[in-house]
Design a protein around this ligand. Sequence first.
Ligand code: HEM
Length: 209
Amino acid sequence: MDTIGLYRTTIGKKAVMAVTGAALLLFVIAHMIGNLAVFSGADAIDGYGRFLREINVVWPMRIGLLGCIALHFLAAYQLTAKARKARGKYEHRRRVQGSYAARTMRWGGVIIALFVVYHLLDLTVGWLNPHGVSGEIYANVVADFQHWYVVLAYTLAVVALGFHIRHGVWSATQTLGITTSRVIGLGVAVVICAGFLSVPFAVFTGLVS
Ligand code: HEM
């Protein structure tokens, strides 16, 4: 079977979801760890941003992320459409197939996508940021999280991301036959949420200023 033929199958689409999901997860982990440089001061985080630009990883990373997001979304959409079509033949199975987890994943995905657009306008482009100067990452972050509504928006998005990752990691590790997959999913999600949220809360409480 060729690649396109494999993609047409349910297994092929699920494999694409898993591989692109894993790549996005790696970015999220790296980003979360990078953000912790805020605790080492302005020079550390601004210098880290400058370093990433100097070694020219920013544009390849953006293109890779966009490709992964597009494929992750396309496969999710097509899998949902396929399940819905199959369900048409067995009307009474609607409740079982439209499970809580599947609905949470779809809504979570939409919330994360909307957040990323807001986040880029806030901290990358700077239009929605009270400071909004490109390259002054520390000052932008500190200006942002003085406001409770910005902290709230980031908290809701990070928690939505946590639920999404918990389920995604659980499904993927379960497929690989790992018996502790639930614990792994929960553990990865909690560490990522705590790491991301430490920054807005440190600023809001005055620990970082
Ligand atoms: C409290 C949580 C977060 C903080 C403090 C934060 C901080 C930042 C900052 C400061 C930048 C701009 C860096 C620069 O100007 O060089 C950035 C970019 C970015 N962040 Fe976040 N981020 C957070 C959460 C997230 C989450 C949860 C995601 C994904 C779901 C995410 C995805 C991105 C992306 C895609 C970029 C753009 C990278 C680029 O193309 O330049 N961030 N973030």
